[in-house]
Design a binder for this molecule. Structure first.
Ligand SMILES: [Zn+2]
Length: 300
């Protein structure tokens, strides 16, 4: 068999297909901008799945609406979710993706932990928008696009959408926030995606990325495209907490790729009332690499 025949055979096996799960619109570029741009550059299929609408951050809703934090109402949270989803779309474009590579499930920002723990499958109403079913502001939410109607905010809906997505997309690599993350939505995103992967008998690679690492992350701080991520001691404790270091997977970024990652994070700039450091914290994820953990590897 000649080289071209062998190559054709390789090509005809399961395609390279990556799904990046983001609890909120912005996590995908903070953790995986490099993974996304490298995958798109080699012709892989990439889907970014925003699990929530990004509609639960009062200081950001206030910043976008030019209001005080105690003055914001549901319409301001809808405006925020629209704003953040447009940012995800623009950031994906910077990385080489298309508009329809972004999927918005439209679950409630801030309530993913409540949904995961709601084993009686109770319907939850989000406190800021007063919504109790999925929606997306700039396109149809996933459930509506497939089933013609939104899904109720309940545990079985989230799991059902994720199982269906994994079945349809047949990814070879999954990325999701880590189960040790300091933000409950990020931990719950991990639990939900892990459970959905188990339910479909997923056999591909499963990686996690860290956004709100405890007790501090990332290090060094600042835009440092020529430096790798580092572990450090904070108040006598090793950071990041409860994760092996060095991380099991480190993906190098070229200086050009790191600059592109910076642009994709800058596409997520939001004026957050009372948090002027918010943008520079996100930009501190611009490093000479991206790092990933494999929490399910030992159980397989
Ligand atoms: Zn997030």
């Amino acid at each position: 068999m000649g080289w071209s025949a062998a190559f054709a055979q390789t090509k005809s096996t399961r395609a390279d297909s990556i799904v990046v799960f983001a609890p909120h619109p912005d996590d995908e570029v903070i953790g995986c901008a490099g993974i996304i741009m490298q995958a798109l550059a080699r012709g892989a299929r990439v889907k970014v799945v925003a699990i929530t609408s990004g509609d639960g951050f009062p200081a950001a809703a206030a910043g976008v609406a030019h209001k005080a934090v105690d003055q914001v109402g549901p319409e301001d949270f809808f405006a925020l979710s629209r704003f953040r989803q447009m940012q995800s779309r623009a950031a994906l474009g910077i990385l080489g993706g298309k508009d329809n590579d972004l999927i918005v499930l439209g679950y409630p920002d801030g309530d993913l932990g409540n949904l995961y723990e709601s084993t009686n499958d109770k319907v939850i109403r989000q406190q800021f928008t007063k919504k109790n079913e999925t929606y997306a502001s700039i396109q149809k939410d996933y459930h509506t696009s497939v089933h013609g109607r939104p899904a109720a905010y309940k545990r079985s809906s989230v799991l059902g959408d994720l199982v269906e997505l994994l079945t349809t997309l047949q990814p070879t690599e999954i990325y999701v926030t880590d189960g040790t993350d300091g933000h409950i939505d990020h931990r719950a995103a991990f639990w939900f995606v892990r459970d959905a992967a188990k339910q479909v008998g997923y056999k591909g690679a499963f990686y996690t990325y860290l956004v709100h690492g405890l007790p501090a992350w990332p290090f060094p701080t600042g835009v440092t495209p020529n430096l790798p991520f580092e572990s450090r001691k904070v108040d006598g404790e090793v950071a990041p907490r409860a994760l092996p270091w060095p991380p099991p997977r480190r993906v190098p970024l070229t200086p050009v790729e790191a600059q592109r990652k910076l642009k994709s994070i800058q596409a997520h700039d939001i004026p957050v009332v009372g948090m002027p450091q918010h943008q520079s914290e996100m930009e501190s994820f611009v490093k000479s690499e991206e790092v990933f953990w494999t929490p399910l590897a030992s159980s397989r």
